[in-house]
Design a protein around this ligand. Structure first.
Ligand code: GLA
Length: 391
C-alpha cells in the first residue's frame, strides 16, 4: 500500500527535477485521483454522481524555457521525451499521447511561444479506475495556465480537459473524473449535477466504518474499452424513446414510463433503466450518508453494482466474484464496481472492527479462485487540484 504523503512526493520530485534539468522548478501542479461513491455512467448522460478526490496524486513540476522546446521526464515510466511546440502529433505511448494532446488543446486556445521542462510523476495506480489520466490532464493544464497566464479558472481547466478527451483522444467521456479532481474539498462529500454543471458539498455522518478499494488487477484503458459503445447506446435509446413518443425529451428528464416504451429493445431498455435508477440512487445516497444509515448505504451500493453488471454490462467475472464473495463476510456493508468498468476496482464500505479480517478473507478467496492476487487500497479523501509556488 502506497502511503507516501503529498509533501514527500513533491520533495522527491523537486530533487529529481533538478537532477534532470539542472534548474529549479517554477511551480508544482498537484491533481488528485478520485473514487466515485455512486453515480456511474451518469455523467455523459447529464445525470448525477458523487465522486471525491483521494490522497493519491499526479504532480507536474514545471519551469519555462526560452526556446520552443518541451522536455518531459516521466518518473513512473522512467522515460524522457522532447518535442517542439509546433509538433504535437506523433506519440508512441498512451501517456505521451495524453501529454501532447493536452498541450495541443491549450496551444490552440492560448498563444505561447516558450516551451517547458516538465517532470510528471505520481502514486495513482494506472489503468484501475482511479482516474490517473484525468489527473494528468488537470495537472498539466493547471500548470501551464498558471505559469503562462497567471490564471487558475476551475471551469476553464475542466473545459480544456474535456476537449482533450472528446476532441483529440476520441473518448466520448463525461467530466466526472476531472470535476472531482478539480472541485473536491477535503472531507466534504461532493454531489455533481452534470445537466446544470453545478455541484454541492455535504457532510458525512457515517461512523465506525471505512471505504476501501479492492483492485482486481484487471487493467483496462478507456481508449480501448467498450466505453464509447455504451455512450452511443444511451444516445440510441433516447432517440428511440423520442421517436416512439413523438417527444423531444433530454436524458436527464426521462421518466420510467418513457423508458417502458422501448421495452422490446432489451439492450437499449436496460441501458436507460440503469441510468434512470442510478440517478435516483445518487439522491437517496446523499440522504443515507447524511443520516449515517449503514444498512441503506450498503443496499444502494449493491443495487448499483447489480445494475452495472446486468443492465449496463460493464463488469467482468473477477469483479462480480469480488462482490459476491464480499457479501459472505460479516464486515462487508456494501460495494460495487467503480469507474468506467471492464476491470479495475470495487469501492466498498466495511466495518472498522472487521476490516483486517475482511481484507484477509477476500485475498484468500480470490487467490483460491484465480491463482492471482488482488490489492486492497486504503485511502482518505483529499482536496482538489492546486498550485504550489515558492518551491
Ligand atoms: C470513466 C469516465 C467518466 C465516467 C466513468 C463512469 O471514469 O472517465 O467520465 O463516465 O467512467 O461513471
Amino acid at each position: 500500500m502506497d502511503r507516501i504523503t503529498k509533501d514527500q512526493l513533491i520533495q522527491d520530485y523537486k530533487n529529481l527535477f533538478f537532477d534532470n534539468f539542472q534548474i529549479k522548478p517554477d511551480i508544482a501542479s498537484i491533481a488528485p485521483g478520485r473514487v466515485n461513491i455512486i453515480g456511474e455512467h451518469t455523467d455523459y448522460n447529464f445525470g448525477l454522481a458523487m465522486p471525491i478526490a483521494i490522497n493519491k496524486w499526479i504532480v507536474s513540476l514545471l519551469s519555462e524555457r526560452s526556446d520552443n522546446k518541451v522536455y518531459i521526464y516521466s518518473v513512473n515510466y522512467n522515460k524522457r521525451i522532447s518535442f517542439n511546440l509546433n509538433d504535437l502529433n506523433n506519440s508512441n505511448e498512451l501517456w505521451e499521447k495524453y501529454v501532447k494532446s493536452t498541450i495541443h488543446v491549450i496551444s490552440k486556445k492560448y498563444n505561447f511561444n516558450n516551451g517547458f521542462n516538465i517532470l510528471i510523476g505520481g502514486n495513482i495506480p494506472i489503468g484501475f479506475g482511479m482516474s490517473s489520466s484525468a489527473a494528468l490532464e488537470v495537472s498539466i493544464v493547471s500548470a501551464i495556465l498558471y505559469k503562462c497566464f497567471n490564471k487558475y479558472d476551475k471551469h476553464e481547466i475542466l473545459k480544456i480537459c474535456n476537449e482533450v478527451e472528446t476532441k483529440i483522444l476520441g473518448i466520448k467521456s463525461g467530466m466526472l473524473d476531472q470535476y472531482a479532481s478539480i472541485f473536491s474539498i477535503g472531507k466534504k462529500f461532493l454531489l455533481i449535477d452534470f445537466n446544470s454543471i453545478t455541484h454541492e458539498y455535504f457532510n458525512s455522518n457515517i461512523k465506525n466504518s471505512s471505504w476501501l478499494l479492492v483492485n482486481s488487477m484487471v487493467s483496462r484503458d478507456l481508449v480501448n474499452s467498450e466505453y464509447n459503445i455504451r455512450v452511443s447506446e444511451c444516445k440510441e435509446g433516447l432517440d428511440l424513446v423520442n421517436k416512439s413518443t413523438k417527444k423531444n425529451i433530454s436524458l436527464s428528464a426521462l421518466t420510467f414510463n418513457d423508458i417502458e416504451v422501448i421495452k422490446n429493445n432489451k439492450k437499449l431498455y436496460n441501458r436507460l433503466l440503469h441510468v434512470y435508477y442510478e440517478n435516483q440512487r445518487v439522491k437517496k445516497m446523499k440522504e443515507e450518508i447524511l443520516n449515517g444509515n449503514l444498512n441503506n448505504i450498503g443496499e444502494l451500493l449493491l443495487e448499483s453494482h447489480c445494475s452495472l453488471s446486468k443492465n449496463y454490462e460493464v463488469s467482468c467475472d473477477e469483479i462480480d466474484f469480488i462482490i459476491s464473495i464480499s457479501k459472505k463476510h460479516p464486515g462487508f456493508i456494501g460495494g460495487r464496481i467503480m469507474g468506467g468498468g471492464f476491470g479495475g476496482c470495487t469501492i466498498n464500505l466495511v466495518k472498522d472492527n472487521l476490516k483486517e479480517d475482511f481484507i484477509l478473507f477476500l485475498k484468500n478467496q480470490f487467490y483460491n479462485e484465480y491463482k492471482t492476487g488482488i490489492e486492497v487500497e486504503e485511502f482518505s479523501f483529499s482536496d482538489g487540484s492546486h498550485i504550489l509556488t515558492n518551491l
